[in-house]
Ligand binder design. Sequence first.
Ligand code: ADE
Length: 228
Amino acid sequence: MLTGIIGAMAVETNAIKALIEEKKVESFSGIDFVSGKLYGKDVVVAQCGIGKVFAGICAEAMILKYSPDRIINVGVAGTLCEEAGLLDTAVSTAVVQHDMDTSPLGDPVGLISGINIVKISASESLCEEICHAANRIGAKCVKGVIASGDQFIASKEKKAYIRNTFDAIACEMEGAAIGQVCYVNGVDFAVIRCISDNADSEAGEMDYPTLCEKAASNSQKLIEELFR
Ligand code: ADE
């Protein structure tokens, strides 16, 4: 069983990379892939860069070069709901691209043409595994739809739009792109996101700069527990 782990930023991946033994680094499409053993289990870890396109490039390259059995997207997110507070963990039941919109053509918002899906389901068993690991380390785990788009959400109007349109619990910028790539390749996936901000007017200047590092560290500790 080989697990792929993708995070957008160095702060979201460096702690996991540091734990890998029998390390080998290869570069494809400008992305470094670090493969080896995490607590004796096969992994490949990559920092994809920010946004859906980099995330898609990374997931596709990872699948073509390493054939992972499953991919986990790890990192931080803004919360869209009451249940997932700052530094709690959101785990995907499904992912959606909140900025995908061909509704002027009569489609539902968020529809991914071609595969004709709005919400792509994540692996139920993998999400269960993640929530069990979260319980073991006392992290609050909230399961639900995670919404991705090429925008940092920092207004109550946009936050409400995404929550109300897609019934989503958290917003970030990569998970649903990775989910789409996994879907078309038949690879299991899940998204783990520790909440760094409230996705409101305080998000950009207050919460995120203060909590990003701690939230990124928490999400990697959960990955660690998953493999320990
Ligand atoms: N990642 C962390 N917080 C975010 C936000 N508010 N919007 C988009 N991506 C995020």
